[in-house]
Each structure stands twice: as C-alpha cells, then as structure tokens.
Write a protein that binds this ligand. Structure first.
Ligand SMILES: [Ca+2]
Length: 661
C-alpha cells in the first residue's frame, strides 16, 4: 500500500535504540542491569518479573550516552536439574568427534575422612553442576597437538601418545586455537568455547557418578585395568585410550599423564557450591589424575596437585572441555539496534506509518503500522523488524480530516472513502475502531501436537451463526474515562489499555449500549457486551489454524512484531495498536493485557458446536490472549485461563457489538 498521489506525507525522524535479549542459563533467574561505564555503578532496569526465559528489553532511555548492559544471576531452581535418565545434551549442537556429553547433576567432591592416602586439602562438599559440557574422551594426542600448534614438546614421541611437557599456558593456547577453528567452521555452539576443565568439572567427570576412592571402586588391584601408573606403565606414557574407560566413557582420567585444569589452587570451604571455580588469582595451577610415574594414592578421584603455570614435565598433559563461557548462571546477552519513531500530529487523528528501503522510489513505500493519536497528540512506535535502521519512514494521515488526505482510510465509515460492508454486515452502524467479524466455522482449541499447549484447549470445530463487530483494540484509559468517568486503578497514559475487573468491563459495555441508544447510533438487534470465548478466539485466529495468528513461530522470531509478550518490554502494559494487527485488523489480540470474556471459566462442552457459551459456574471468568508479562506460550491463540471477576491487575476489555446472548 502506498500513499495516494497528492497526499501530504511527513518524513519521520528515526532514533536507533538498543534491544537487549537475555538468554538465561538453564534454571537460573537473572536481573538485567545497565551502566554508563564499566567502572561506575550498575542500575537494575525496571523489571518486576524475574527473567527465567528469553527476555527482550528495548531501552528507550539510551540517548547520546552509550549504555552497557549485564545480566546478573539472582537465583537458581534446583528443579531444573536433570531428570533421571535424561541427558540434557543440547539437541541443536553437533557433538564434537571424540567428545562425551557430561550431563548436569550433583556430586560429592573431595574425599571422605579416613580414605587411605587422603590429603587434608581434599575438602568434602556437595557440588552442583547446573550445566552440562562436552569433555574429550581422551588426553590430547601428539598428532593433534602438532597439527594445531606446529610443534611437539613431548619427551616420549608417538602420534597416539599423549602430548606432555606442555605448560598450563600452552594448553590454554591450544584450547583457544581449537575454539577459533571451530568458530571458523561454524561448528561452535553459541556461548561456548573449548577450554581446560575447572577442577570441579574434571572431578565430576572422573567420578562418573561414584563416591568411592576410585571410579572403579575402592580396590587398588583393579587399577591396572584403568590406569597407567607406576605398577604397570614402566615409567613411560602409553597411547591414549588403551585401557578401559570409566562409566561415562572417559579414558585415562586416572594415570598416563597428569591433566591441567583451569583453576588456581585454593583450599575450598566445606560449604556446598554451584559450579565452583578457583580464585581470581594465585601462583599454582591445578593438575589432576596422576601419571605413569605415580602410585595409587595419586590415582584417587580426589587427589590434587598444583604447579606454576609455566612449569612443564613429561608426566603432564591435558584434555579440553567444550563448555559454556562464563561462570555458573552467566546469561547470554545479545544486543541489536531497533528504530524508534516519534509521530506528532492532531489529537485523535489516525495515521499510517510507511517505510521503504528506497526512499526515492515512489512506489516502494509500504505500510508499517496505523496509529491513532491521543492527547497529547504524540506517539512513539518502535520498529522491531530486522535491520530496521536501514528503513526510511514517513507518516500519512488517513482519517480524512484536516484536509490533508484524499481518503484511503479503507473501510472506516468516517473515513470519507467508500464504505463496503463485510459479509453479512449491516450497512450502517459500524462504530469507529470496530471490525466486522462475519459468521462462519473455525477450528477452536489446539491440536495435541502444538508446542506449549495445555490440556484445557480441547480442539473442536465451532460455528458462529451470526457475525459481530469487535473493537480493534483493548479499551483505553481515555475511552473508559469518557464513558464511565472513572480513572482506572492503573493510570499510565490515555492510550494505554484500561485495567479492569470483570464487573467494570460489563458495566462499560452496558454504558456503551445506553450511550449509543441515546444517540440513535445503536444498530437494531445489537448490544455492546463482552465476547464469548468462541467469538474471541475466532476473531484472534482470523482464519488461521496456527499457534499464533502469524504462524507457528517455533523459535519466537516473529512474536515481537505482533505481541507485547514474554516477560518483556518493561513493567506495565503498552499503548494500544503499537504492534502489527492480525489479518482481520485487530491489534494486541496476542499479548499486552489478558482480555476478559463473558464466559464462566471451565472446559467448554465439546458437544456444543454452534455458538458455544461458557459454563454457568461464574466463580471464575475466562481470560484470553496472554499478557505483556507472560511467557510466549500464553499468547497463543488457543491459550486460556480464568480468574475471579474481582481481579483487575493486567486485565483488559475488548467489547463486541453483537446480538445479545
Ligand atoms: Ca590422565
């Protein structure tokens, strides 16, 4: 759609503002903070809802000053730990060849009092690994090391032998090159890197679910089956993987060569810990597992050794892990710039914002959104589409007043253009801001296969025998005030939706009916009322059968264009009509505020397929559409909930003008 010839278009100035996406670590709750510089203090962004799922925040406060963002882990839910029998291995990532997935879990680190050979620095404590990681099943071989680094420092040459005589710093450099190589090949999982294991990661993997002295039990006589050590190695390293693995498939965790870990040496406290890491600084780096030179006391799962990071010896090598970057609870942050437009004009005027990537090509302008200005006549709209900063924008007035336009409002009877009634629509009586929804048959509820569905969404085919008009937006605070003359419990702006309990929502509809009757504008046989759930869902779906009216959107890549949803976008509801409408022109059907329906909340009887109405149990009333603060799944077309009619917070009104029930 482009502006008709002769229309006055106003070029809009665009401001680029950041959108921050927080991807919390599994089971963690995060808080988003900003700062003007990394050395100054950090301030929590407005966020009453804990971030436990993907969260997007648009920061309109960023002006000339560049803001930095960080996510701070504030809590962890133990219930997020592995279900017994599941692996939690990321399904979207390819397991690197030769690596084993180490699942998240809980283990006892350190040794028991009285374990033979025990040292006092093997402090016993419960350690929780909140994330899994991949670990090399074998020590790094000399052939691998040479092809990556171009050198081979080993004292006992052999392609299949473990690389040894490498310092801690050289082992770290190897892991960094491995990371860079995987990234170049596009094989590096997002937010991950190859690195040395922390000491806890090493011992968790070495124990492989055991609490005994060794991963194979308590017996020294079993040691030669699993570990090259002083009794069987002949004081020389052996080709990697030659002996039996532990129960998680890892070879040579005990013996052959010592293995460098990431951590500085410290004596931990006996308290339980989540994914502990060594101290920030130190002088000695940890080595674990014992070597071909050592007796069985050094093969114990808990035994610890440490050396200076520049030391090297022919009894010490390493094995990498592929693991999440950052400490436990570290969220992944993504930042991108989106376009913010400020539209000013006449109070109550309706405008269309158009955009193009080729501003000089006259036929290239396409509709981005339509807005109605309130008082003050100013509206801010954010374009969330990809690469929004490369668009040019302009606004066109479309309500036919002010002498600026030659029509083009399309379908609005006040718009001056030709009004064409929809199927079955009375020729007169459509109120401004309402859309005609024709009678018809649609599929209500969700199929068993729909991701995120709940059991109260029993699928059925429903026929609505009569058409109806529905408000294209949630009732605003200015609308509610002009009809009932009372401010809402939440007052944040005239174009923000009014937050209402069910009883006030009904009173509002009754007042609309009375006012239209007095003004002689009420179509015969129609009243304003709340929609039934069937009427609501039919209008929301707008002919679609997908999870959302814009498609299945499995990764929620599109939801930001259509819905204020998913724990995002600030602490309260947003002005109505800022997102793209559904195919029938209804705004905010998904997200922003939950919307009251007339029905009592209970499963609709599936036997009633024509004009179904809800239960007569009205202790709770149905609400639909999800809210700005809810998870993405609650904004699905089929999602339902119910609340006591006296609840008000985050609940909105969307009247229909329809036949009485
Ligand atoms: Ca080893």
């Amino acid at each position: 759609m482009t502006a008709p010839a002769g229309l006055v278009a106003q070029v809009l100035t665009v401001r680029e503002i950041p959108e921050v996406t927080v991807l919390p670590a599994s089971g963690w709750t995060e808080r988003l903070e900003w700062s003007g510089s990394p050395v100054s203090s950090w301030t929590a962004l407005t966020n009453p809802h804990p971030i436990t799922n993907e969260y997007r925040f648009i920061d309109p406060a960023q002006g000339s000053q560049v803001r930095l963002y960080r996510a701070v882990p504030v809590g962890w839910d133990p219930a997020s730990l592995l279900r017994p029998g599941a692996s939690n291995e990321p399904s979207g990532s390819k397991r690197p060849p030769g690596y084993v997935w180490i699942p998240p879990g809980r283990f006892t680190m350190g040794s028991a009092e009285g374990e033979p050979g025990r040292a006092t620095n093997e402090v016993r404590r419960t350690v929780v690994m909140t994330r899994g990681y991949w670990m090399s099943a074998r020590e790094v071989r000399q052939s691998e090391y040479r092809s990556m680094m171009g050198t081979n420092p080993s004292g006992f040459p052999g392609d299949e032998h473990p690389v040894e005589a490498v310092s801690w710093a050289e082992a770290v450099a190897y892991c960094q090159r491995l990371t860079a190589q995987a990234r170049e090949r596009g094989e590096l999982p997002q937010g991950h890197a190859y690195r040395l294991p922390t000491e806890a990661e090493w011992e968790y993997a070495a124990r492989a679910g055991t609490e005994t002295t060794y991963a194979w039990g308590t017996s020294d006589t079993e040691a030669p089956r699993y570990a090259w050590h002083e009794a069987n190695a002949g004081f020389t390293p052996h080709p990697v993987g030659g002996l039996a693995p532990n129960r998680w498939g890892l070879h040579d965790m005990q013996g052959n060569v010592w293995e460098w870990c990431q951590d500085w040496l410290s004596i931990p406290e006996a308290a339980s810990a989540l994914e502990p890491r060594g101290p920030e600084a130190g002088s000695l780096r940890i080595l674990r597992g014992g070597s071909h030179l050592d007796g069985t006391a050094w093969l114990r799962s808990a035994s610890r050794l440490a050396f200076r990071p520049d030391w090297s010896g022919d009894c010490a090598g390493f094995r990498p892990v592929l693991a999440a970057v950052g400490p436990a609870g570290a969220a992944e942050l993504r930042l991108r710039m989106v376009a913010e437009l400020t539209l000013s004009g006449s109070p109550g005027g309706r405008y269309r914002i158009e955009r193009t990537r080729s501003p000089l090509a006259t036929n290239s302008w396409a509709t981005a959104v339509e807005l109605e200005l309130g008082t003050p006549a100013l509206s801010v709209w954010t374009d969330l589409s990809e690469n929004a900063q490369s668009w040019s924008y302009r606004s066109v007035r479309i309500d036919g007043s002010g002498g600026e336009t030659g029509g083009g409002g399309g379908g609005n009877p006040g718009g001056g253009g030709g009004f064409t009634p929809g199927p079955g629509e009375p020729a007169v009586g459509r109120p401004p801001g309402f859309v005609w929804i024709p009678a018809g048959t649609f599929r209500m509820g969700s199929p068993e296969t729909e991701a995120g569905r709940r059991s109260n969404e029993t699928p059925r085919t429903v026929t609505l025998s009569k058409g109806y008009w529905m408000s294209d937006h949630e009732v605003t605070q200015s609308e509610f005030g002009s009809v009932l003359g009372r401010p809402g419990a939440v007052v944040d702006g005239p174009n923000h939706p009014f937050q209402s309990d069910w009883n006030d929502a009904v009173r509002y509809c009754e007042a609309l009916t009375a006012r239209a009757l007095a003004a002689g504008t009420l179509p015969e046989g129609f009243v304003y009322r709340l929609p039934t759930e069937a009427e609501w869902e039919n209008a929301c779906r707008a002919g679609t059968t997908t999870r959302y009216f814009w498609g299945h959107d499995p990764q929620w890549l599109e939801i930001g264009k259509y819905a204020w949803s998913a724990l995002s976008f600030g602490s309260s509801a947003h002005e109505v009509r800022l997102k793209l409408p559904n195919p029938w022109g209804l705004y905010d059907m998904s997200g922003n505020l939950w919307e009251w329906c007339r029905d009592g909340y209970q499963d609709l009887p599936p036997t009633i397929t024509v004009d179904p109405q809800g239960s007569t149990d009205t202790t709770r009333r149905s609400i639909r559409g999800g809210g700005y603060f809810e998870g993405f799944n609650r904004s699905r077309s089929a999602a339902r909930s119910g609340l006591k009619p006296t609840e008000r917070l985050d609940l909105g009104i969307r009247p229909v003008l329809a036949r009485p029930l």
